[in-house]
Ligand binder design. Structure first.
Ligand code: AR6
Length: 167
């Protein structure tokens, strides 16, 4: 497995699967989630609604992952995962690590060979970038995944530099 870092927009990534930093409603939001639904088109939301109706009536739990079509994105699947909101009083690191592990598990079950991740929880959910990078890289390295190409897509140069230093 090779880990690569890219600075850019995750909706432009050619990969078998792109990971969405979603929320448990699976019905969209801001940040990466908004961008993926905007660029990917209504097919993604339609499948998310179906998942709500069939399997996740109470929402997708934090740390879990589920796949849908990628609609018009240059990928085969979007894997939606729900990161934890950062807390200063409670250690939620394992939930963040779980997002990476579970996304890779879902990717593997689909036969995906390349997966692009955003820096989950580091935007609206408030996780400090350096800590999030450490958790993300450790989780991927320790996952034992059969996915061959794991790519982190960092939106700005600061985030890229933090991941680069950690890698
Ligand atoms: N490509 C790559 N990275 C991006 C992009 C993009 N197009 N847009 C933002 N980022 P966030 P979260 C970076 O807020 O913290 C949504 O409303 C961004 O700079 O997207 O997990 C969901 O519905 C940051 O570093 O996700 C949830 O309610 C990182 O991606 C909530 O936000 C993650 O930021 C999830 O919050």
């Amino acid at each position: 497995m090779e880990i690569t870092l890219v600075q850019g927009d995750i909706t432009e990534q050619r990969a078998d699967a792109v990971v969405n930093a979603a929320n448990s409603s699976l019905l969209g939001g801001g940040g990466v989630d908004g961008a993926i639904h905007r660029r990917g088109g209504p097919e993604i939301l339609q499948e998310c609604r179906g998942l709500r109706a069939s399997r996740y009536g109470r929402g997708l739990p934090t740390g879990r992952a589920v796949a849908t079509t990628a609609g018009r994105l240059p990928a085969k699947w979007v894997i939606h995962t729900v990161g934890p909101v950062h807390s200063a009083s409670e250690d939620r690191s394992d939930l963040l690590a779980s997002c990476y592990r579970e996304s890779l598990r879902v990717a593997e079950s689909l036969g995906a060979r390349s997966v692009a991740f955003p820096a989950i929880s580091t935007g609206i959910f408030g996780w400090p970038m350096d800590d999030a990078a450490r958790i993300a890289l450790d989780a991927v390295r320790q996952s034992g995944t059969a996915v061959e190409d794991v790519r982190f897509v960092l939106f700005d140069h600061d985030a890229y530099a933090v991941f680069e230093a950690r890698l």
